[in-house]
Design a protein around this ligand. Structure first.
Ligand code: NDP
Length: 249
């Protein structure tokens, strides 16, 4: 596992947006960021799940979160501009984005891959985080120390048969991370951009991809959080354009 021991107040007063915050790794990250002091903005498509995470955060006495319902499959540029306006109105700036939401899609050959499904996976996994980042960069620039994390995969670093649009979308996330990191690597150095490959993690997505696998052999989302905390907090200041593995030492 990535080794990092976060100080208790690592994310004190930070405003952090987590996409796909209702389930799996995004849910764990939202709770963990809140535990370390952040005000978390919970974005996702299933409002009831976001409300459950909201209640968990409130019950634990962490900073009051916010919910932004958004289905990234159908959302257009205007919707992301609206997200930026509501974050600006409520918080005035943004200190972090965890681009976590993603769809797996079919595991089949490219020869068999259906074009509408291809478009859907690319929309949710690539175009949506692009539009969101574009809309939110001005708010990140207002932070003294901002971090953007893209979520990759082992098939976003080396292509593998049958992983189709999902694999291609994860390569695209690595590319977007590198392009953006280079563009934001200015004199202020206040916005860093990196990617994380979570590695096999006990979630619904993993279970869909490997239905025959015994899930207990994979770490829980909570267990892979050290890399996320490191990249979101100031201990990674100055680190940008790099690809991380949540489960590697
Ligand atoms: P889950 O499927 O458990 O969670 C994905 C989250 O994304 C859900 O909250 C889901 O919402 C949300 N989401 C999906 N589509 C949309 C959409 N159209 N609009 C808004 N939100 C959406 O996946 P994981 O937690 O396993 O995955 C998290 C990230 O980690 C993903 O980027 C995945 O590719 C990556 N990853 C995961 C690995 C693993 O082993 N688990 C390994 C490598 C990478 P809802 O709850 O409504 O379905």
């Amino acid at each position: 596992m990535f080794e990092y021991h976060a100080p208790k107040d690592l994310l004190q007063d930070k405003k952090i947006l987590v996409t796909g915050a209702g389930d799996g790794i995004g849910r764990a990250a939202a709770l963990m960021f809140a535990q370390y002091g952040a005000t978390v903005i919970l974005l996702g498509r299933t409002v009831s799940k976001l409300e459950t995470v909201y209640d968990d955060i409130e019950d634990k006495g962490y900073a009051k979160p916010a919910i932004i319902p958004l289905n990234m499959e159908g959302a257009a540029e205007k919707d992301y501009d609206d997200v930026a306006v509501s974050i600006e109105n409520e918080f005035g700036k943004l200190d972090g984005i965890l681009h976590n939401a993603a769809l797996l899609g079919s595991l089949t050959t490219l020869e068999q891959y259906e074009v509408p499904e291809w478009n859907k996976i690319l929309q949710v996994n690539v175009t949506a985080p692009f539009m969101m980042t574009k809309a939110l960069i001005p708010l990140l620039r207002l932070s003294e120390d901002a971090s953007i994390i893209f979520t990759s995969s082992s098939v976003g670093r080396k292509g593998r048969a049958f992983w189709g649009a999902y694999s291609v979308s994860k390569f695209a996330n690595e590319g977007m991370m590198q392009v953006l990191a280079d563009e934001l690597d200015d004199d202020q150095h206040n916005v860093r951009v990196n990617s994380i490959n979570p590695g096999a993690t006990r979630t619904n997505m993993r279970a869909s991809a490997y239905p025959a696998e015994n899930p207990v052999h994979n770490p829980t989302p909570e267990e892979i959080m050290p890399a996320y905390l490191y990249l979101m907090g100031e201990d990674s200041k100055g680190v940008t354009g790099k690809a991380f593995d949540a489960q590697t030492k």
